[in-house]
Design a binder for this molecule. Structure first.
Ligand code: GLY
Length: 576
């Protein structure tokens, strides 16, 4: 395997870098990282340069995103890390999804009449589930990394102390969630007189730096016990939440076999439950494999894809939830036999969702994704979340931690839409200790000659975004930057509409789809923030790309691994 020229993309502008060819086994080979923020991508490369592998880099990227993209993910949230270990080909998904506190119940968001109390599962302390991200970072370091956690967390600690400069996406999402920020969050994220800070304003997070340092020093106990835990529990209890120390003690990362499938000879490896991502993605691809998409007109092709989306999202709504709590027949849902049956529902027109048996599902500008391949071929595809932008809007005073509002990803009441417009059934009903159903879809697609590591944020539309990019890759259409730039369209069973970015469907296509019976709803803004890296397994060349819609940074770099410098002052002080 040889490393060859690679593409560098920054802020949507592609620049080509010519790099010297190196033998793959050489420790100075190239690595690729694509993330939602330049500082997070740099943090990953910094750790690779210190002798870390892709898993150490993933810790650095995850923790730095928690600092510089506070609306998307963080220590108060969770995520899924899909791993590929090059030495033995081992593939696993780390489930660091948040889980409901033990006292959670099906009626916790309902009033005396059984009606959903608006906003309760979305804003404030009661919306927050027990965070999994800190435990997942500890797990990654202990089991898969080469460097100590305290070293891999150093770039994030520095970023929290030095601050990050306000950028447009931060402003936009802050404006959206401003009415729901508590005092502690306002102090950190807003400017003078609680105004949205101007572009370039530096946001420093000293409490978050101290929290990260406690995690670095005492590992799991630095978050789930001691000072951080005390502050979290105080803040949550005072604000009417129901967390206990036992909930924090009980939190565990779970290793789960990824969902796998095949499409046109390629192997799909994706997220397992409690994310619906892998099952829904594989189900859609199975359905589509029965059509020859290459011979269809663009609009016929889109019609088949929309119907396949509808059918798979119907199954999401009806059958999927935390498989530690409910029985899910994953083998059946992802089988070709079942796809063959589903395909018989698809004609050349829209099949109204009301005509399908059973009901429910929906969106987002929240969450974050990054993709890494290191010079040894280790891979990470990770999608992280605190759910809605800025999560529940609540920072636990003295910690800098924004609490998630992942409880809203449960079906709070049958048939009631969540913030992403998704509906659900008892499979995803609230229960103490259960993990809410997710749509996060960190994915590897392995072809004969290449491997794509891909994912995106975007609530319920995550799966269809990954699908649309994957279809381009699987059908050899365009190149990596085209796959991420492609206009996006989406159907999720209910609401029975086609959501689309303005440039995703031409006027003629819109007219034709309307004639076929589709209700079309153009979104007023673009969505998603896809991050991908691509390895050519024939010649070892790497490419990386960030979604051109936002400020992400993707880069391929030669990494000269150095031994860790023991003189580096990783940790200054700690109190736990
Ligand atoms: N909170 C978004 C998701 O997990 O799908």
């Amino acid at each position: 395997m040889r490393f060859r020229p690679a593409a560098l993309l920054f802020g949507g502008v592609a620049c080509l870098l010519s790099l010297v060819a190196l033998p793959a086994e050489h420790t100075d080979g190239q690595s690729a990282i694509a993330s939602a923020h330049p500082a997070a991508t740099s943090a990953g490369f910094e750790i690779l340069a210190q002798g870390g592998n892709a898993f150490d880099a993933a810790i650095a990227v995850s923790a730095t995103l928690a600092v510089v993209e506070p609306m998307g993910s963080g220590l108060g949230g969770g995520g899924f890390w899909l791993l590929h270990r090059a030495s033995d080909g081992y593939q696993i998904m780390l489930d660091g999804r948040e889980k409901a506190p033990a006292a959670a119940s099906r009626t916790m968001y309902l009033d005396k009449q059984g009606k959903v109390i608006e906003g309760l599962s979305l804003n404030g302390a009661l919306a927050a589930a027990i965070p999994g991200l800190p435990a997942a970072l500890v797990h990654l370091a202990e089991k898969y990394g080469k460097l100590p956690l305290r070293q891999s967390l150093q770039p994030a600690i520095r970023a929290a102390e030095d601050g990050f400069a306000v950028y447009p996406r931060y402003q936009q999402l802050l404006e959206f969630r401003k009415p729901h920020l508590n005092n502690a969050a306002q102090k950190i994220f807003l400017g003078k007189d609680n105004a949205i800070p101007a572009i370039g304003t530096v946001i420093k997070q000293v409490d978050l730096a101290a929290t990260l340092r406690r995690l670095a020093i005492a590992q799991r106990d630095g978050f789930y016990k001691g000072e951080t835990a005390k502050k979290l529990l105080n803040a949550i209890t005072q604000a009417g939440g129901i967390w206990t120390q036992a909930d924090l003690d009980d939190y565990r990362v779970i290793e789960r076999p990824p969902v796998t499938g095949n499409y046109r000879g390629a192997r799909i490896v994706s997220a397992a439950l409690p994310s619906s991502g892998g099952i829904v993605l594989v189900e859609i691809l199975n359905i589509l494999s029965g059509f020859d998409l290459d011979v269809l007109t663009p609009v016929q092709r889109k019609q088949k894809i929309l119907e396949a989306m509808r059918l798979a999202y119907r199954d999401r709504a009806v059958h999927l939830g935390d498989s530690d709590f409910i029985q899910v027949d994953q083998a059946h849902l992802t089988s070709m036999k079942y796809a063959d049956l589903l395909r018989t529902n698809i004609g050349s027109k829209a099949t109204p969702s009301d005509f399908l048996s059973e009901s429910p599902v929906q969106e987002g500008q929240d969450t974050s994704h990054f993709s890494v391949i290191d010079n040894a071929g280790n891979r990470v595809s990770a999608t992280l979340s605190i759910n809605y932008p800025f999560g529940s809007g609540m920072v636990a005073a003295g910690t800098g931690i924004i609490l998630n509002d992942e409880m809203d990803d449960f079906s709070v009441s049958p048939g009631v839409e969540n913030a992403h417009g998704l509906i659900g059934s008892s499979a995803n009903a609230i229960e103490g200790g259960k993990r809410p159903l997710s749509s996060m879809t960190p994915t590897f697609i392995e072809k004969d000659d290449s491997v794509l590591v891909i994912g995106t944020p975007g609530g319920s539309r995550i799966i269809t975004m990954v699908l649309i990019a994957a279809l381009d890759y699987l059908h050899n259409t365009g190149e990596i930057s085209d796959w991420l730039a492609r206009g996006r369209y989406h159907h999720q069973y209910y609401p029975d509409i086609v959501q689309f970015e303005a440039d995703a469907l031409s006027e003629d296509e819109q007219a034709e789809l309307s004639t076929m019976g589709y209700v079309l709803k153009a979104r007023d803004r673009k969505y998603g923030n896809m991050q991908a890296v691509l390895l050519n397994t024939r010649d070892g060349s790497l490419q990386a790309a960030s979604d051109p819609r936002w400020l992400g940074h993707a880069e391929v770099r030669p990494v000269t691994a150095k031994l860790p410098d023991e003189s580096l002052e990783y940790i200054k002080t700690g109190t736990d």
